[in-house]
Ligand binder design. Sequence first.
Ligand code: ZN
Length: 385
Amino acid sequence: MAAPAPRAMIVQYVAALALLVFSSLAVAEACRTRNVILVTLDGLRWQEVFTGIDAAIARHPGSIRYAKTAPAFESDFWRETAVERREALMPFFWKTLATKGQLHGNRNEGSAVGVANPLHFSYPGYSEILTGVVDPRINSNDKVPNPNRTVLEWLNARQDFRGRVAAFASWDVFPYILNEERARFPVNAGFEPSSLTNERDIPLLNALQKEIPSPWDAVRLDAFTHRYAKTWLSVRKPRVLLIAYGETDDFAHDGWYDAYARAAHRTDRFIADLWAWVQADRDYRDRTTLIITTDHGRGRTLADWRHHGPASAELPTTRPGDGETWLAILGPDTPPRNPDKAGEPLSAAMVPATIAEALGLEYEDSHPELEAPGPVPGAFLCTRN
Ligand SMILES: [Zn+2]
């Protein structure tokens, strides 16, 4: 047989090289996630996440709660470009999460995340995030035990997760959304004190929670939720933890844009603190996936940014934009993704299957007819044995 011509040899060489490069890219590392932390920020708009503070709202005198610190608010968070503004508002999101993980929902670039439920308020939103199904029976924020099983309850029923699931929330409806009584994992919500009374600063925090008035009847200040959750994390070492922060939504309803934006900034700091702890702990470091999202959006304009959901019981229509949300994933198995790039539409209902996939499981919802969608495509790149 004659030796191949030089040109054919080059073609063969290039083809072999291309195959080598392709196969080395396609071989993913072994999956490392053992723990999942789900974090929610109530009603934080994608507009603030991706473009920082909104000048039309921030410069309207009626939106400012703290007039004396209004110049400081402007210098803290106003920048000429959206990229600088969002980094100033949410530095952990933009310096760590967006570069090392995935941040979906930048509608300006064609990446849309939304809730699948038609109501665009909290109980239906959290129920969707936690059960993966949109059940029409979930149609109010009333303290009604969730008829559907959440992904947390599903995990806690498994032998490898039993007793290793916990939830901390600022809003006092979470024990019902999670159906604490049936689910049988600890839920600390509203103004409940922490049960870890022998731990470090917990006695002081429990006392302060009674002594410092919250501005709201049903929602405590997020600092308590954060510190209770972090103490539980370090002492009880759960494999699955929900932390549901609430201030963003309530300051927005009150109409105080500076307080809303500062709450978003503080929560970004809380999440940075949480991630720094995770990455410094030998049980959690490089074995923990963080998923962060919100239960609904809000109106788009100065006239209706405060609100979301039906304007009244008689008006079943929602406000333009209030079903638009965002979703973030950060962890050892998540390939980074350019946050300013178009992507396929995602829904809040994908969260349970995404949590399950992070843990190497296939989620099963409890509803006899409705079916939860699969996980966020491309959320994890790893191989399981
Ligand atoms: Zn609300």
